[in-house]
Ligand binder design. Sequence first.
Ligand code: NAD
Ligand code: GLY
Length: 365
Amino acid sequence: MSSPIFHLDVSVASSSYPILIGEAMDWQSCLSELTQNRQVMIVTNVTVSPLYLQKLKTALSTVQKLGVFELPDGESYKNSESYLSILDQLMTSGFNRDCVVIALGGGVVGDMAGFAAATFQRGVDFIQIPTTLLAQVDSSVGGKTGINHPLGKNMIGAFKQPKLVLIDIQTLNTLPERELSAGISEVIKYAAIADRDFFDWLEIHLDSIMALDAKTISETIYRCCQHKAQIVAEDEFEQGRRALLNFGHTFGHAIENHQGYGKWLHGEAVGAGMVQAADLSYRLGWLELSDLDRLKVLIQRSGLPVLSPIHQPELALELMQRDKKVKNGQIRLILLRSLGEAILTKDYEADALLKTLQVTSGAES
Ligand code: NAD
Ligand code: GLY
């Protein structure tokens, strides 16, 4: 077993915690300090469980009591029923306030287990073991947890920082290609909003990332987590800069909503959404046409869609109005000042947005 290749810390006002990134890591040594002689509840799902549950159980041989909660697989189960059933199991199995909840899975499992940990007895310790690229570069870091409401995604939730994020890139070997692409979408997001050098680097290394070359994928995850850690340290509760992490998401959420959750993957919708946000940035005279093209090409090379399936701009606009960033009826968008620099703004012309929604849907070019 090899030791972690990368270690970085996330520091927020209330806590500081490590992110460990490596390949075929010794999970027991990573977890023992936080779990020894404690009650531990693993939350996972039916897809991840046969792949990694045994490895995790073996690593937890020194705990006082071990419970496992297995969720069905899918975004459609990220709901109040699943959440309450996790709490039911914690209650009926006699877990106390000193217990630890471990999320083993992708962002859906992480968000739900985190929300259960945030609310069970007003908050218990929580560890993230993310097993999708999306969860490794984004959702497992920074403490956003929650579930969907029938009327909106992630509408119920809490901020709950984990005590540890354990990223073993070996778990990516079993990830379906489409899910890998969805994760790369969030990787590109960091480069587009904050790091032009990283964007250049991604253009060169994309094929190695998609081939899961260990050194390249570890460095990719590390660079993304560095960005996320820095942004979260500056703005844990999304009062400002953290909103930039939603680049492409207002457009993307409209797509997910239009298609019905689960049909387009979150990362796929964000891929097309980033092209839309970049197209508007270009129309406003901020982003160079050549940089818009570079972004489109990189997203396409990652196996992601670059056109929205919503062919009526007015409908897209209506769906975008449901976004959490809407203030006083105005849609605030994350746009690019240039490649590698983003802002949150409501200062764009409505006509330009409508034109973007038209040309990026493939309905008119
Ligand atoms: P997911 O959790 O649904 O996982 C994708 C699929 O991969 C699922 O079928 C899952 O069972 C499977 N899977 C997971 N790990 C696997 C592995 N190693 N091998 C084989 N299959 C595996 O989706 P996701 O993309 O990880 O996460 C999306 C969710 O994350 C959304 O609900 C989104 O709202 C949320 N999210 C949260 C944040 C945050 O900050 N909390 C950020 C971004 C996204
Ligand atoms: N994924 C967006 C955030 O964590 O703020």
